[in-house]
Design a protein around this ligand. Sequence first.
Ligand code: AMP
Ligand code: MG
Length: 549
Amino acid sequence: MKRAFCVLVPLFQDTKFTVSTMAKLTDFKEWKFRSSPSYAELPIDENPQYNEPVAVKNAVFSKVPTEPLTGKLHLVCVSEEALSDILDLDPKVAETEEFVNFLAGKYLPEGGLTVSHRYGGYQFGFWADQLGDGRAHILGEYVNSKGECWQPQLKGSGETPYSRFGDGRAVLRSSVREMVASEACHHLGVPTTRAAGLVVSDDHKVWRDKTYSGMARQERAAIVMRVARAWYRLGSFEILLKRKEPQLAQTLADFIIKHHFPHIDMNDADKYVKWFSEVAHTNLDMVATWQGVGFTHGVLNTDNISVLGDTIDYGPYGFMDHYYEHYVPNSSDDMGRYAFNKQPEILVWNLGKFAEALDPILSEEDKAKIKAGIATLPEYVNNQVLKTYLAKLGLKEIQDGASSFIKDLLDMMQSTSADFTCTFRQLAELDVTKLSDTAALEAKWSLNKVCKAKGWLKWVHKYTDRLQKENVSEESRRQRMSKVNPLYVPRNWMLQEAIADADNNDFHKVRLLLKIFKEPYSVNKEAEMLGYSSQPPSWSYGLKLSCSS
Ligand code: AMP
Ligand code: MG
């Protein structure tokens, strides 16, 4: 048995250059949560009754036990990095019965306190009232060897006071999608909740109507263990506004600032203004990273937006194949409210609702400052997105005409159905002087589409000009670009294939995806053999997902 410890080895005199040599815990029975989680300071409904839908009052959490997954269990996959870097666990523990039981909600390590969080939300623009963790349990809090505090949470772990008419469960397909996307997003530089592991039962079945066609069928229940610094959402405050609980809103805001925004002075008269501004800007920085990797969340309701600026709740999301600005992966989003190109403005709309929810705890002066701050957000996010695209082209400066320069490229990609991910990647692979060379372009399947657009040569000319003005050498252009333009993203068709195998208890592909997305910028032989950076198969064209999960 080894105990986790941390040795800081100075490499140079400068103490900034240190490495952490860790021995990870190999015996999971030794692993414990901190003795009392910070959230125990907040009001918790200690004895909730939930035989029928209930409106929870005067509490931020409800104390609820998990309902373990029954039947024969399979460990589908784990994230080795989440286990070792976040939870200080040797990934070998994943093979132990205790660990699988931990994922299945059967075993709660010492210090655990299982709670479900109360929140509300605006769904598709309309107030949906109380939502809450209807199938999720936060298990406890773990302070790791780096001093970071993390909250493991099970999703699919049984009914809670927030289940409404749901069964508290999650199925394998949506759990695989959440597991792979959260880990991939982390490696793609997208701020996100993480996923540590996934377990499925052979025998525990639930009814789901996967396509909302009226044809429900039985599917196997699964549980994914997600990990985040905390799970508060914009909707955590909205429910307190609607239920007229301003005192609790203030308690929660002060708690979150104290624990998660410690650089904000609790005695600062502007603390709420500063906090709002930080919540807003981190969320807008996050959405700019989505635009950069072609990620469309699919369900940007205010209950799915974290106060900490992490991507949260992966459902019917999609990483775009061919570029289409109105891309909508969610089959229920008929109006395209959450289309790819709408995401930045939707985040701003959501933040407006967040400001409304804080209203009862703000002074008149705070309100005026926040109002003025909100007015600056559209321009801020547009700039962040613009900078993201410029970086994808190896550029840094926002020179005159930068927006239309980017728009011209995207328009050409759209009109030629060029692939979002591969166009940028292939621009990094080809020498800039070859961008007008037909033979060189033919060797790059996505560039070979976009170069057929009418304005291509003119655009290449402008691009070359901009590179020269910024004094970017060809070597540094390509170096910069290959660090921000991935070769691989978790496209829905890859996930569908991995899920089909997982349905037959063959988990190789799910595990392979996790391995590939650890290094999405590097060529991977297996990924190449499977065509993961090639033109997507025709059967995947127009693939959409429902919210059924
Ligand atoms: P989502 O679309 O996954 O963000 O979920 C929206 C709301 O529905 C949240 O309050 C979830 O907890 C709840 N929910 C979704 N599926 C279930 C389920 N099977 N059982 C109980 N609650 C659910
Ligand atoms: Mg949600």
